[in-house]
Design a protein around this ligand. Structure first.
Ligand SMILES: [Zn+2]
Length: 263
């Protein structure tokens, strides 16, 4: 792709200050009320590093939201920390990070590396969606090498379908999620094509502070430089859309259809 066509492709993306709740996506959605968002991740670090800035921005823009992690990510423990102890550290880090952002943190109890994609897990997430009634859900993209991330994507897709199904009787009434977005994650990079850019400058420093609660962010658990990667990524994405720092999301195929009277 040459420079002109790349600029044109970015130019056709939605450039947003925050994700509006139920109104149509436009190039200028600043006046729209920020929607209530639920971010659903396989592991707490994914939730905060790849979706936390959007969560913070929605809240800062008058919306609300929370982070759901399907596991504690406990098997990412470094050699000198027992797995269970590391899981508790991950939980505490997430509680501190979400408190800083004004969001809630909730956890499912699936074992890290063994998150199942089945009816039970899909219905549990369905129930969480019906309980909290988010307008927007952000989760993993499917193009991941990590089985937990792949399963999280599939679970959330089915959960959103079940949550909206009026004839599916659960303890709470049906709830339709208006928009689904997929987060940019170094482990989910296959065929990830962003089309929505969010200005995160007003919450950038707060989001960095939230991420810093995690030992993983500080490079204490492995080789990957989470801090450098995700802070640099926000600058790179900002360059492409005219913001100082930005998060790029990929919208679900089904919500890209525009229904217009004329162009
Ligand atoms: Zn993960």
């Amino acid at each position: 792709m040459n420079r002109r066509s790349f600029a044109q492709s970015v130019g056709s993306a939605a450039i947003l200050s925050a994700i509006p709740g139920s109104s149509a996506l436009t190039q200028d959605a600043a006046a729209s009320k920020a929607g209530k968002v639920m971010v659903i991740a396989a592991h707490p670090g994914d939730g905060m590093f790849t979706m936390g800035a959007v969560l913070a921005k929605q809240i800062e823009h008058g919306g609300a939201g929370g982070l759901r992690s399907l596991s504690l990510g406990e098997r990412g423990a470094p050699k000198n920390i027992p797995v269970l102890e590391y899981g508790a550290m991950q939980r505490t880090a997430t509680e501190n990070a979400t408190r800083l952002l004004g969001a809630e943190a909730l956890f499912f109890d699936y074992p890290d590396a063994e998150i199942p994609f089945n009816e039970e897990s899909s219905l549990r997430v369905c129930d969480a969606i019906r309980e909290r009634q988010p307008e927007i859900v952000v989760t993993h993209w499917s193009g991941s090498w990590h089985k937990d991330h792949q399963n999280c994507h599939l679970i959330v897709r089915d959960a959103i379908f079940y949550a909206a199904l009026e004839t599916l009787a659960r303890s709470r009434p049906a709830h339709a999620v208006s928009k689904i977005f997929y987060a940019e994650n170094w482990e989910d990079a296959a065929n990830f094509v962003p089309d929505t850019y969010i200005d995160i400058e007003p919450v950038y420093e707060k989001w960095l502070q939230a991420c810093d609660f995690y030992p993983m962010w500080r490079g204490q658990t492995g080789f990957f430089r989470y801090n450098d990667y995700y802070s640099s990524l926000s600058i790179m994405r900002g360059c492409l859309c005219g913001f100082r720092h930005a998060v790029a999301l990929m919208s679900d195929t089904n919500q890209r259809t525009q229904r217009l009277q004329s162009l």
